[in-house]
Write a protein of this length. Structure first.
Length: 152
């Protein structure tokens, strides 16, 4: 398996939880039986993600995670070719405040947001209750398998 997860930190702080988040994402790639697949996770601040949200989604506020998928339903992935899924942007400030709000660790919140973004890159969505059940079910399986549960 030649999968590659690149994590870029565009804030001026060390985020030790990202080592584990990276491992969780590799386990998600394994769970989905993906090979030669790569994507990026970019950690940003609220101002940066606010601009992305405003410019690309016409929503004038910060958000926790935004994904930019490079594939669509018409994309053909040839065997042996590298599959580049896209980018996941996560606001570290939003992740911190949500972890506090939900009463769990920053590790749990960052892992959840990263895995959530990963499934968006794969084309999953949560616009309907049925879609949400499938997507969130897969996310929880990945997080549970790594021992990252809601209360942690």
């Amino acid at each position: 398996m030649n999968n590659k997860v690149e994590i870029f930190v565009q804030v001026d702080e060390e985020i030790k939880e990202l080592e584990t988040v990276e491992k969780v994402l590799y386990s998600a790639l394994e769970k989905e039986k993906l090979n030669n697949t790569s994507f990026n996770v970019i950690i940003v601040d609220n101002d940066y993600i606010h601009e992305l949200n405003k410019n690309y989604r016409n929503i004038d506020r910060e958000t926790d995670v935004i994904t930019f998928a490079l594939e669509d339903e018409d994309t053909l992935v040839l065997p042996g070719e590298e599959r580049i899924l896209g980018d996941i942007y996560i606001s570290i400030e939003k992740a911190r405040s949500q972890a506090e709000e939900y009463g769990h660790s920053l590790l749990r919140e960052l892992s959840f947001l990263a895995v959530h973004g990963f499934y968006h890159l794969l084309g999953y969505d949560h616009q309907t209750p049925e879609e949400e059940k499938v997507m969130f079910g897969r996310q929880e399986e990945v997080l549970d398998a790594y021992g990252i549960r809601r209360e942690s």
